[in-house]
Each structure stands twice: as structure tokens, then as C-alpha cells.
Design a protein around this ligand. Structure first.
Ligand code: F6R
Length: 260
């Protein structure tokens, strides 16, 4: 794992955006794996700004989002389809045929999950997978106890996740109980995984991911098995890392240091 520790959340977001921008510059037809949630909001804001400034182009990329709530149709205000449409796809006028999310309203969610994995494979696999992390160590919606070899499938959300995500729903709405999520095996097949975590609430999960045992107790620890995982943190999210000083020596302020 490459662990990059940036001085504050804005710097961590900028570093993450830089990695995405470089990937798109190297290959405009990149297949991107995308995440939702609060952590990603400033990432999409910055991507839209940079695309509008002509610094990057996203119109040739293909994307696959990590997850969608079961039972929510794409047009539901709290669906991840809507989240992505409002924050990235709509503002940049991207071709909907290139942007994919699982259909939460599919008649047979299990079949939809299998179809989604096949569609990712058909597209040639994911080049760059963007990830956030739950306070309980989930990636995508792979909650603790998820098989580390899981394909895309339906998962039951934990109460902690439903409570954490209640902030996106109205007072009279309930957070769905189930989601279709890319599996951990699907995530591990990506050619590069970039996980962004900011804030003190993520510190324990980040430490378990990077330095804890490889365990379904912390699904993100599966990234220890990823051949190319980059973890981008602010100092608060990095606070519980025992080897923090080492990571800061290898990548001072989260930057690459030339060998030699
Ligand atoms: C959402 C997803 C989740 C979030 C995680 C962190 O697509 O994959 O794993 O990344 O729950 O969410 P925030 O950023 O809201 O703390």
C-alpha cells in the first residue's frame, strides 16, 4: 500500500484529484470505478472545475459506480444515480451510455448484480477504482463479515451505515436496508485502487485497514492484497496509524520522492 498523508482535507482531495487527472491524461478512455458519499463530493466538484477549465476531459471515459440502494429507482432523489447525475455526469453533460450504476429497482437484484460484474468485465475491467471507507471499515457496501472473495451482490446494510447515511435522507424517509455493491473480488481486480479518507471519524477504520490483520472484520483490509493500492489521507484520518512516521518519511507531505 502506498500511504499518502496530506496536511488537511483540501490537500488530500487535491492529491486524489491529481491522481485521477493523471490517469485520464495518460488514457482518456480510462475505465473509472466511482464512489459516492460525503468524502467524494469535493472530489467531483474539483473534477468538474478542472474539466470546465479544459485541464482534463472525461467525455471518453467509461465509469462504473460501486453501489446503489435496492428499491430506489434512478430518479429517486437519494439514489446514487441522482447523486452522480447532480455532481458529475450532469454538470459535464456526459453520455449516459458511458456511465453505469447498478439498477436498484431491478426486478431481480441478484441477477442485476451478476449482470453488473459481467458488464465491468466486458468493458475490460476497471483501471482506476475510487473508494471511500466507512467508519466500520466497509468499502463499497461490503460490510464487516463480507467475503474477501465476494463478487458484486446484494448486501444488508448495518445499522451503523444506515445511521451514518441518514443525513442524506429526509426526516420522514428511511435509509434502504439493502444495497447492490461491487464485491471485494471485483474491487481487487481493479488495476489501481485509490482510497480517500478524511476526518477523525475514519481514523480507527484506516488503521485497521492498513495495519490490522487481513480480516472480514474490516473489509477494507482486503486492499492489503491489492497489487496497487494508494491510500490518500488527511492528518486526522491518519492519526491512529502506528507507522505514520515511516509513511511520512517515504512520501513527505504525500508527495513522490525520486529514487536516488
Ligand atoms: C459509497 C461507498 C461507501 C462510502 C463510505 C464513506 O459509494 O462506496 O463505501 O465511500 O460509506 O462514506 P462517506 O464519504 O459519506 O463517509
Amino acid at each position: 500500500m502506498k500511504i499518502l498523508i496530506l496536511p488537511d482535507p483540501a490537500a488530500a482531495v487535491a492529491r486524489c484529484v491529481e491522481i485521477i487527472a493523471q490517469t485520464l491524461t495518460d488514457n482518456p478512455q480510462t475505465v473509472l470505478g466511482l464512489a459516492t458519499g460525503g468524502t467524494m463530493e469535493p472530489v467531483y466538484e474539483r473534477l468538474v472545475e478542472r474539466a470546465r477549465a479544459g485541464e482534463i476531459a472525461l467525455d471518453e471515459m467509461t465509469s462504473f459506480n460501486l453501489d446503489e440502494y435496492v428499491g430506489l429507482p434512478p430518479e429517486h432523489p437519494q439514489s446514487y444515480h441522482t447523486y452522480m447525475a447532480e455532481r458529475l455526469f450532469g454538470p459535464l453533460g456526459l453520455d449516459p451510455a458511458r456511465t453505469h450504476l447498478p439498477r436498484g429497482d431491478a426486478e431481480d437484484p441478484a441477477a442485476e448484480a451478476a449482470r453488473y460484474d459481467a458488464a465491468i468485465a466486458q468493458a475490460g475491467g476497471i483501471d482506476l477504482q475510487l473508494l471511500g471507507i466507512g467508519g466500520n471499515g466497509h468499502i463499497g457496501f461490503n460490510e464487516p463479515s463480507s467475503s474477501l472473495a465476494s463478487p458484486t451482490r446484494v448486501k444488508t446494510l448495518t445499522l451503523a451505515t444506515r445511521e451514518a447515511n441518514a443525513r442524506f435522507f429526509g426526516p420522514d424517509e428511511t435509509v434502504p436496508r439493502f444495497a447492490i455493491t461491487m464485491g471485494i473480488a471485483t474491487i481487487l481486480r481493479s488495476r489501481h485502487a485509490v482510497l480517500l479518507a478524511t476526518g477523525a471519524k475514519k481514523a480507527a477504520a484506516v488503521a485497521a485497514m492498513a495495519e490490522g490483520p487481513l480480516s472480514a472484520r474490516c473489509p477494507a483490509s482486503a486492499l492489503q492484497m491489492h497489487p496497487r493500492a494508494t491510500i490518500v489521507l488527511d492528518t486526522e484520518a491518519a492519526a491512529d496509524l502506528e507507522l505514520r512516521q515511516y509513511y511520512e518519511t517515504v512520501h513527505p507531505k504525500g508527495q513522490e520522492v525520486p529514487l536516488g
